[in-house]
Write a protein that binds this ligand. Structure first.
Ligand code: PLP
Length: 390
């Protein structure tokens, strides 16, 4: 990085679209360097290629994931698109295998872009009774030999935890690359790259930025060949985060571990509270002993926490009563807990499950909570008052 003009303690927001290259010699050296740029800040050319403010934020993420490289993109979806596209090599592309319990936007991308437009042979692997069967997975991988296996650490909205270590072990036996969307677990609970995953992606819109005010994504890894492909792809399709967003993300990441651990502890307390409510028939939270993947979660996350997402089902004698109680609940808590279609916000926010995942999860009483880092007592009293009033 160039010597700073003033004694600022943070990296400046470099808003230059193009950087000054002074003469033809430097220009050719800069373009030569850009064919395989390192994180060492040198020879910046054009902000769609590389930008010093963005590189600075990427370096912070590399520390969190303890990895060799990290590339920021303008959304979680562009991180997903980039990480899958580098394995798409035209007609010779082997099948790609996706676990079904992944973000709905990712499924839509797989079906409408990867399969329909690009002709990728897409296969899905489905859990049974809230758990994946890893023997069946091995059989499937042995048979179809996928180029890529794609999975999320904690699924949405049922919060199924996957045995990522087992998936990596099986996939690597058959030469398949593993991409893990680690948005819900974050690097604080688990770092899949340490166990040999090839790529980890995050929607940095969620916990990494943590205040519901930035849209961003990040792709992390260690493999040198994948690094080159990703940086080239990001440059060519223009999936670059803006320097302003990178700056804000980096600043907000300074409080990431404090925030996320508080969110996990708030969620654990709230899940226990909800489990004891007479108005609730079921609570899904991987930290609860009754959750289908509690044992896996305890092992994978070394009991550091279980994430900050909770799904619960409000009781009712029939679907109509459940739906009307759900709607009253949402209305009663709305001053403090808003219906916002996102997660990982500083504030506790909620989503009615049926309205989003109606085909898959049609239970009208179900609500998904993304627990924030407010004072715990405030969250519990807001929810407790609404449940009593039902
Ligand atoms: N991955 C997961 C697990 C998500 O929940 C989301 C969005 O909700 C995404 C990826 C996409 O991220 P973004 O909205 O930042 O594009």
């Amino acid at each position: 990085m160039k010597k700073k003009d003033v004694n600022s303690s943070r990296v400046p927001v470099y808003r230059d679209a193009g950087f000054e290259l002074f003469n033809a010699d430097i220009t050719s050296q800069a373009f030569e360097n850009e064919k395989n740029p390192r994180h060492d800040p040198d020879f910046y050319i054009y902000s769609r290629y590389r930008n010093p403010t963005v590189v600075s934020a990427e370096q912070e993420i590399m520390k969190l994931e303890e990895c060799n490289w990290a590339f920021l993109t303008q959304s979680g979806m562009s991180a997903i698109e980039t990480s899958l596209s580098v394995f798409h090599k035209g007609k010779s592309t082997p099948p790609m295998l996706f676990f079904t319990e992944i973000y709905g936007g990712t499924i839509s991308f797989i079906d409408t872009v990867l399969a329909s437009r690009r002709g990728v042979d897409v296969r899905y692997f489905t859990p049974e009774n809230g758990r994946y069967d890893y023997e069946a997975l091995e059989k499937m991988i042995a048979e179809i030999k996928p180029g890529v296996v794609y999975i999320e650490t904690i699924s949405n909205p049922m919060l199924i935890v996957s045995d990522i270590r087992k998936v990596i072990k099986i996939a690597s036996k058959y030469g398949s690359k593993v991409i893990v969307d680690n948005t819900f677990a974050t690097p604080l609970l688990y770092r899949p790259l340490e166990d040999g995953a090839d790529i980890v992606i995050h929607s940095a819109t969620k916990y990494l930025s943590g205040h519901g005010n930035i849209t961003a994504g990040v792709i992390c890894g260690n493999d040198e060949n994948i690094r080159k492909e990703i940086i080239e792809y990001r440059k060519l399709v223009g999936h670059m985060i803006s320097p302003d967003d990178a700056y804000r993300l980096q600043t907000q990441m300074e409080s990431f571990s404090l925030r996320f651990m508080k969110q996990c502890s708030n969620a654990a307390n709230l899940a226990a509270f909800l489990s004891n409510s007479v108005m609730i028939s079921e609570v899904w939270y991987p930290g609860l002993p009754g959750h289908t993947t509690h044992d896996l979660a305890a092992d994978l996350f070394s009991k550091k926490g279980y994430g900050a997402m909770i799904t619960f089902d409000i009781k009712g004698i029939d679907r109509n009563e459940k739906r009307s109680r759900r709607d009253s609940f949402i209305k009663m808590v709305s001053e403090k807990i808003k219906l916002i279609p996102s997660l990982g916000d500083s504030r506790t926010i909620l989503m009615p499950v049926e309205a989003v995942w109606g085909v898959k999860y049609p239970e009208p009483g179900m609500i998904r909570l993304s627990v924030g880092f407010e004072d715990y007592g405030q969250i519990e009293s807001t929810i407790s008052c609404a449940l009593k009033a039902l």
